[in-house]
Design a protein around this ligand. Structure first.
Ligand code: TEU
Ligand code: CA
Length: 552
């Protein structure tokens, strides 16, 4: 297997708005990130992925970009950005940027021009269609509730927006759109950035004719733009024109992708992307839709991860993540955010860092931050959450039940400010934060974590160190043990004579693990565990959420 720096790297995702506020306006900013680089250096991460920092009216917190060549006012200036890149590089940390090119803001100059007239040179940068009588051109729905079409009076046509009304979709079939995007990507790469995370990159090619979806459930129209007909042609063109000219890493965000589709994006010989984010694991607890939460099973968890491991094996590379800025906090979703918060946060980290693939840490995960339960809908900021809530209220649903779903799945769970210390507003800002802090910040914060050698933070630090020391953790193949067990997740890994045994109890019960004889006979060296050495004398009796990693 070919060694690559981005396979060995650990990525840390920063949501700048909620990371650290340097000037007291209640909004995290680039200077704030610079101030915290030493903290990230201490943790040991190699790459920072920055959520969008471009100029934006913030309908969707920066995913609606009005100028790709400028920095969002609240976040600082281009000079601040250059300093951030420089200071990160000085510490040996790379920076990848979010590339949001399925859509722009409706305040982007291209769209302002586009909507002016049917013969404007930019008209064809977006997807405009005539309505069907008084109805939109087709029945597709938006991720953020309602129709995916917005009527525009000026020219008496509709434009397509898969996300918010303020996020019109670009028309990738227009060669000039692709040229502009590639030019912009080079402009950033020439500044020395180290790669891109590409927002919904598998949505850029829509099926010709934009047909009605006969299946009127869930996200209507999805199959007509997810992994569309020309997506691979466009990504190969992007690779040829831009990516291949730099030593960078790329990761595509690709909702609705199976391992078969996945291979087409990441197989080495296809020259498209290095990695993608699969969503099958994130959908593990979804019923009719993300808000309809059903219990998840460990056997499904294992099955999905194994399928992706086998699916990309030797021909491509996986990314491993359990949360991000769109998802609930992993310890609340897959662990226990009460009695066993620390243990289960460490257990989940053990999985992310010892499975095959590049691990992605989302800010705050490394101190075990949890979901939040705001008392009122007024406290929420996320457009997806608010649009859904309003739509459901109009349909007559019970507000309290809606809040319960938001507590489990709302995106603001991940967007509350980073908890730095136990002072007011968790030390995130001296002003009024743009979104309230999680009230548990007195208990869960960075200052406390750094003072406690048994903290979640130091466990992450150690996992990252182990990854650097033992190539088997990066490159080893995987063999699952006890595949059908609903409590135990266990596997061995092998690489060039190095062997690893990972044992994890994903339950609140004590569980005895009966290792197969051939493993019992081996000389095992414990590399890391989330219970104390003293307790480990219990041998193979595993405490709640206990995790151990052995080298043999
Ligand atoms: O997310 C894409 C996406 O599919 C999300 O709508 C996701 O399914 C949803 O958030 C889960 O609840 C990306 C970005 O990560 C997200 O923050 C943006 O809002 C979205 O694209 C539009 O740019
Ligand atoms: Ca600020």
């Amino acid at each position: 297997m070919e060694r690559k720096w981005w396979k060995e790297a650990v990525v840390y995702q920063i949501y700048p708005r909620s990371f650290y506020d340097s000037n007291g306006d209640g909004i995290g900013d680039l200077k704030g990130i610079i101030e915290k680089l030493d903290y990230l250096k201490e943790l040991g991460v190699d790459v920072i992925w920055l959520n969008p920092i471009y100029k934006s009216p913030n309908a969707d917190n920066g995913y609606d970009i009005s100028d790709y060549y400028d920095i969002m006012d609240e976040f600082g200036t281009m000079e601040d950005f250059h300093r951030l890149l420089d200071e990160a590089h000085k510490r040996g940390i790379k920076i990848i940027m979010d590339l949001v090119v399925n859509h722009t803001s409706d305040e982007h100059i291209w769209f302002i021009e586009s909507r002016k007239s049917k013969d404007n040179p930019y008209r064809d940068f977006y997807i405009w269609r005539k309505g069907k009588g008084n109805n939109p051109p087709n029945n597709w729905t938006s991720f953020f509730s309602g129709s995916a079409w917005q009527y525009d009076e000026t020219t008496d046509e509709y434009y397509l927006h898969l996300f918010a009304v303020k996020q019109p979709d670009l028309n990738w079939d227009n060669e000039n759109v692709r040229k502009e995007v590639f030019k912009m990507m080079k402009w950033w790469l020439d500044k020395g950035i180290d790669g891109f995370r590409m927002d919904v990159i598998n949505f850029i090619s829509k099926v010709e004719g934009l047909p009605d979806d006969e299946n009127e459930e869930g996200l209507i129209g999805f199959k007509y733009y997810a992994n569309g007909p020309k997506v691979h042609e466009y990504l190969q063109e992007m690779n040829r024109e831009v990516l291949s000219k730099y030593d960078i890493m790329t990761v595509g965000e690709t909702p609705g992708v199976t391992p078969e589709d996945g291979r087409l994006y990441v197989n080495y010989d296809r020259n498209e992307l290095n990695m993608i984010f699969q969503f099958e694991l994130m959908d593990i607890d979804s019923g009719k839709n993300k808000w309809d939460v059903k219990p998840w099973k460990l056997t499904d968890f294992k099955r999905i991860m194994l399928k992706w491991y086998e699916g990309l094996k030797e021909k491509g590379w996986n990314s491993v993540y359990l949360n991000n800025h769109d998802q609930p906090r992993m310890v609340s979703r897959f662990g226990d955010d009460k009695e066993y918060r620390v243990e289960s946060a460490k257990l989940l980290a053990t999985f992310v860092h010892t499975w095959q693939g590049t691990p992605y840490i989302y800010q705050g995960e490394e101190i075990g931050m949890t979901n939040v339960r705001f008392p009122s809908i007024e406290d929420y900021r996320d457009i997806e959450t608010l649009n859904w809530y309003n739509e459901m209220i109009q349909k007559g649903h019970d507000p309290q039940k809606l809040l319960e779903a938001i507590y489990k799945k709302g995106r603001d769970n991940a967007r509350t400010p980073m908890q730095w210390d136990d002072s007011e507003n968790a030390g995130f800002t001296t002003g009024k934060p743009w979104i309230k802090v999680n009230p548990n910040y007195k208990e869960i914060n960075v200052k406390k974590a750094l003072e406690d050698k048994n903290s979640v933070f130091y466990y992450y630090k150690k996992l990252i160190e182990l990854r650097k020391k033992y190539p088997v953790i990066v490159y080893g193949d995987i063999n699952l043990l006890f595949e059908d067990d609903e409590k135990i997740f266990a596997y061995t890994r092998h690489f060039e004579g190095q062997n690893l045994l990972v044992l994890m109890n994903f339950s609140k019960d004590e569980v005895e693990i009966n290792l197969p004889r051939e493993l019992l006979e081996k000389d095992m060296k414990l590399l890391i565990s989330n219970y104390s050495e003293e307790e480990l004398k219990r041998n193979m009796l595993f405490k709640p959420y206990e995790a151990r990693v052995y080298l043999f």
